[in-house]
Design a protein around this ligand. Sequence first.
Ligand code: KIV
Length: 263
Amino acid sequence: MGKITISTLDRMKTAGEKFVCITAYDATFARLVNEAGAETILVGDSLGMVLQGHDSTIPVTVEDMAYHTACVARAGGDALVIADLPFMSYDRPETAMDSATALMQAGAQMVKMEGGVWLSDTISALVERGIPVCAHLGLTPQSVNAFGGFKVQGRTPKEAKSILADAVEIQDAGAALLVLECVPAPLAADISSKLDIPVIGIGAGAGTDAQVLVLHDLLGLSPRVPRFVRNFMAETGSVQDALAAFVAAVKAGDFPAGAHTYD
Ligand code: KIV
């Protein structure tokens, strides 16, 4: 397929072809994720939990993200590299500009940030200056303290309406991708069908345009996992085969199944 760009992902959405995102934080796993055929790699701030041992993503810094983004970028490969802007590194457009610059200079091709309407000006400012943006709605882990835990979002009609309004707003502001985390499957399918930009789901059912999982979760290395995770290592036996099985399952529409989905 060659180097994956935003246009590739847009074309895949239009054609109804699912694409895959897997997190990676270093060069070796980034190479394996590329070899498995995932279209996108997310250098997630989940590294705060799976690499650094914190119980949330809040302690992660821009310096941490830049270091791991550079490690992933050195692997090369065709996958589009998305890097998370960590907690409070994009609270204002000016701060976001500095933080996003650091990640793009480290090798990211897109930055991801958690939030909706309040991010419109920030998204427009970054996009106008040539920095592609992926937004993240639903269960946004940097807001775990405001949510009172890692809880499914969008279950009431009011919450669902607000997530949909946020999604439309961030698309209008210029976001190129949206991650939807831990929302009921019907809401995620509705948002995916209403937006022109591709939607990547995690714990959001099978109706999104793409799926993402945290590397350590799909490899069965995490001590506790939410119900939306499937252990692909248990079914295969090697890291390479587990990654390939995840990619194949998403593309075939076999993952996520009902057991991995919230209603
Ligand atoms: O940080 C991360 O890995 C993420 C995914 C869970 C989407 O944001």
